[in-house]
Design a protein around this ligand. Structure first.
Ligand SMILES: [Zn+2]
Length: 267
């Protein structure tokens, strides 16, 4: 039964460390994964990895909210565009807003997010979005993006964005689904204090769900306290199977197909 980890990170300072993680993932049945960038070092690292393992790894490239702290002119958008034109890059990300850790840069975060969304439209790539304590602004900016996405006949058949590592409430999830997004759940689903999130994950339409590890962060129970890795996405699928009417094979198949469609090559 194959699984697709739709969101994981690798250490750009030790790119060789990805190989044993890929091997462990394959052993666990996690045959495909999306390696996610966010700054120049991570972008280079995941693009190399995706080029090296084209049958197993795709990547997303972008400048995340932390890059909004950099002074103007410090971000090389030309280089990012060049890298993102590579066929191994299937989405822009992760991008988005985090008002929890860096509320003082909110204005700059929004400007950078808008710029990334414009680039995604230009390159015809969907986006991998992070949103923490920024639901209203995230929705507002995504609305413009989705409206433009829908105007393109070929693009409009595909989801424009995934909200990754979902931790928001039911109203935000419903608004995202209404916009045509897909939603990705992480190992947070297994945490003891995540009962409201489990309730939500139990009722959302299966054809709009992805699963992810967000590794090396957020290891699911029973691996908490150790580094997370793509192999552990199986725990997220098992948790969904416990919550929902569908058995594990149906959860694995559907989330695999949804991720494969989301990260399909752009035409
Ligand atoms: Zn991430």
């Amino acid at each position: 039964m194959p699984y697709f980890d739709s969101h994981c990170h690798f250490d750009p300072a030790a790119p060789a460390s990805a190989e044993p993680l890929l091997a462990a993932a394959a052993e666990a049945g996690v045959t495909r994964l999306a390696a996610i960038g966010g700054d120049p070092a991570m972008n280079g690292c995941v693009l190399d990895l995706a080029r090296k393992h084209p049958e197993r790894v795709v990547c997303a490239l972008g400048f995340d909210r932390d890059q909004a702290e950099l002074a103007d002119g410090k971000l090389d958008f030309g280089r990012l565009r060049e890298q993102a034109e590579d066929p191994a890059c299937r989405a822009l990300g992760e991008i988005g807003l985090d008002y929890h850790y860096a509320p003082e840069t909110a204005h700059r975060q929004r400007a950078l997010f808008e710029k990334m969304l414009a680039l995604a439209l230009d390159l015809r790539r969907p986006v991998v979005v992070h949103s923490r304590e920024a639901d209203a602004d995230t929705l507002l900016l995504l609305l413009d993006f989705v409206t433009a996405w829908r105007r393109d006949l070929i693009l409009s058949a595909r989801p424009p964005a995934v909200l990754h590592c979902y931790t928001g409430g039911p109203a935000f999830a419903d608004a995202l689904l209404e916009l045509g997004l897909v939603i990705s759940f992480s190992g947070i689903l297994t945490f003891r204090n995540a009962a409201p999130l489990r309730e939500l994950a139990a009722r959302l339409p299966l054809d709009r769900l992805l699963i992810e590890t967000d590794s090396p962060y957020l290891a699911p129970i029973p691996y908490r306290g150790t580094p997370n890795q793509p192999a552990y996405v199986v725990r997220v699928a098992e948790t969904l199977a416990d919550l929902r009417p569908e058995p594990l094979p149906a959860i694995a198949d559907a989330t695999f197909a949804n991720a494969a469609a989301f990260f399909a090559p752009s035409r």
